[in-house]
Design a protein around this ligand. Structure first.
Ligand SMILES: Nc1ncnc2c1ncn2[C@@H]1O[C@H](COP(=O)(O)OP(=O)(O)OP(=O)(O)O)[C@@H](O)[C@H]1O
Ligand SMILES: [Mg+2]
Length: 280
């Protein structure tokens, strides 16, 4: 029997946030931390993927993570999800530990983990976001699950594709389907690993506007190689190259870029507005 390789980090429970919460609190109390990472190191056998990474993410922040191939970006997301063992350090996600976050996190993995040839429709993939544990071919979804999925497909603009086989989707449609799947449980934190890789300019802009809208209600961490996205959408930036080279405002300078990619700004900054890359 063939199997679909998907992560199930979400549970069906929705999050209830008390409406009165925060009313009598000071601004700094309301601006709670979404994530706190302290001295995180991850090794795969002999390979050090992340060393001594420390940073915090505020609630409703929109953080972009950039860095070279193999820089540890996916490893960082997987550490937050509890999908890789940490060699040392701690991660706190809204007061919870990785792997114990239930429906708090929605995850859009790097596209390569999906088998596009698997015979399954868009609606069925998005429904898997409602599963509590491993995907079973005999699982029965509730009417509430189906209602939520239709709402999401509608809001993301792919409702008309709901009965389409995933093998017949374009790159942009496929990415929107993965975002819909991550949103199926109304997460508080959305992690996306290169959601605009191999999509055209139009689909990329649609995905970024969608993320801007979602950021009004949720914290977003976006791993990307797309420096245009860094320029016009994200609020803060983290640069990873096995360790944290930079964390702060979405503004880079020549030295950081050189340290990060080992090459001059001009090579990677072609067409990128100077709002991101300071005068050089
Ligand atoms: N399962 C694994 N087993 C062994 N090594 C791994 C594994 N996953 C990642 N690595 C190694 O850890 C390092 C960081 O990999 P990671 O996938 O986190 O990088 P990345 O920044 O996401 O790269 P990319 O931009 O190519 O997606 C790399 O050296 C990689 O080869
Ligand atoms: Mg990666």
């Amino acid at each position: 029997m063939s199997t679909l390789n998907v992560y199930n980090v979400n549970e069906t429970k929705s999050i209830i946030i008390s409406k009165s919460e925060g009313k009598s609190k000071s601004k700094s109390e309301i601006k709670r931390k979404a994530i706190s990472i302290d001295k995180l190191s991850v090794h795969y056998g002999e390979t050090s993927a992340l060393a001594d990474v420390c940073f915090d993410v505020e609630d409703k922040e929109y953080l972009g993570i950039i860095g070279p191939n193999g820089g540890g970006k996916t490893t960082l997301l997987k550490s937050i999800l509890g999908l890789v063992p940490m060699s040392s350090g701690t991660i706190d996600i809204y007061g919870k530990r990785p792997g114990k976050t239930g429906a708090l996190i929605g995850y859009v993995p790097q596209i390569s983990v999906f088998d596009k040839k698997f015979p399954i429709t868009v609606q069925e993939v998005v429904l898997t976001g409602r599963l509590k544990s491993e995907l079973s071919l005999f699982h029965k979804y509730s009417n509430e699950d189906r209602k939520r999925v239709n709402e999401i497909l509608n809001s993301i603009g792919i409702y008309k594709l709901r009965n389409r086989q995933i093998s017949a989707l374009s790159g942009g449609e496929f990415q929107k389907m993965l975002i819909a799947r991550a949103l199926a449980v109304r997460p508080k934190l959305l992690l996306l690993d290169e959601p605009t890789a191999s999509v055209d300019v139009g689909a990329r802009e649609q995905i970024f506007s969608l993320l801007d809208e979602l950021n009004e209600n949720m914290t977003i961490i976006l791993v990307t190689h797309d420096l245009m996205a860094v320029s016009s959408h994200i609020k803060t930036l983290a640069c990873l190259n096995g360790r944290l080279v930079y964390h702060g405002r979405a503004e880079l300078d020549e030295n950081i870029v050189k340290e990060l990619y080992g090459c001059p700004v001009d090579l990677i900054a072609h067409g990128v507005p100077h709002r991101v890359l300071r005068e050089h």
